[in-house]
Ligand binder design. Structure first.
Ligand code: GRF
Length: 250
């Protein structure tokens, strides 16, 4: 096949759409969309939205790879990724919080966990060396709040992903994390929220969006109830989007 482009297959009820990502002239002859049963999407979308729970991803074989997960919180996304990609990737989890719950949880999965300091991260190449030693090919941020320094961005171009619990660009940026995001969504009277999975660049929540999935904001929602609804989506989509970007063209 000439279309050696990575793609995502979306299966809403009425249609099937192939959406090609990362189109480049040399790579895919500018034909970025193929519709099998339904409405084609013309030209490469840089971001798109899905209706949750009506989606399947078709991906190709993944060679064994090595992933570093940066996390400093509960680690539920880290665990959903580790479980989903078991056998397809090895993992190391890095945290800037010594007592982060994620460092405990990963022990059940026999995954290495390491703590690092701000100095390690911003004023040395220690993290980079550690990633190279473990032949890390992808970096996944999952509940990690620090901006990624230039040395890592340079070493991993378009290979660092983050998940944010809102429909970016809304409710993103410095200070927009955890409950702050969901409270702001509720206070603004939004009728829906969701998640954004995006590549990471030097700014908070500004990298190219790979996928957004939405869910309703329900009357009476609190930041906690909305967070729980969004988190459910996160556990479904993050591992699958990751699997998709890791998948090799055949
Ligand atoms: C998630 O809501 C994620 O979107 C955000 O931080 C939270 C991490 O949750 N970046 P967990 O630690 O994976 O449970």
């Amino acid at each position: 096949m000439i279309f050696y482009q990575k793609y995502l297959l979306i299966l809403p009820f009425e249609r099937v759409q192939f959406i090609f990502l990362r189109s480049s002239i040399s790579y895919c002859l500018k034909i970025t969309t193929l519709a099998v049963f339904g409405v084609p999407i013309k030209d490469k979308p840089r971001s798109f939205e899905l209706h949750p729970f009506e989606t399947n991803f078709i991906y190709q074989t993944i060679d064994m790879t090595s992933i570093a997960i940066f996390a400093s919180g509960g680690g539920s996304n880290a665990i959903s990724i580790i479980k989903h990609l078991a056998g397809q990737a090895s993992f190391v989890v890095l945290s800037n919080k010594k007592d982060a719950a994620v460092l405990q949880k990963i022990k059940d999965y026999d995954v290495e966990g390491l703590h690092f300091t701000r100095k390690d991260f911003y004023e040395s190449d220690k993290i980079l060396a550690l990633l190279h030693e473990r032949k890390v090919e992808w970096i996944v941020l999952a509940g990690f709040l620090w901006l990624v320094p230039e040395n890592l961005l340079e070493a991993y171009p378009q290979r660092i992903l983050n998940i944010h619990p809102s429909l970016l660009p809304k409710y993103g940026g410095r200070g927009m994390f955890g409950k702050n995001v969901h409270s702001a969504v509720i206070e603004a009277g939004e009728s829906e929220s969701g998640l954004s999975i995006h590549y990471v660049n030097s700014e908070y929540d500004k990298g190219q969006i790979l996928l957004q999935a939405r869910c309703p904001v329900i009357e009476g929602d609190t930041a906690d109830s909305l967070a729980a609804r969004v988190l459910q989506l996160e556990h479904f989509y993050y591992p699958r989007v990751l699997e998709f970007v890791l998948s090799k063209p055949s």
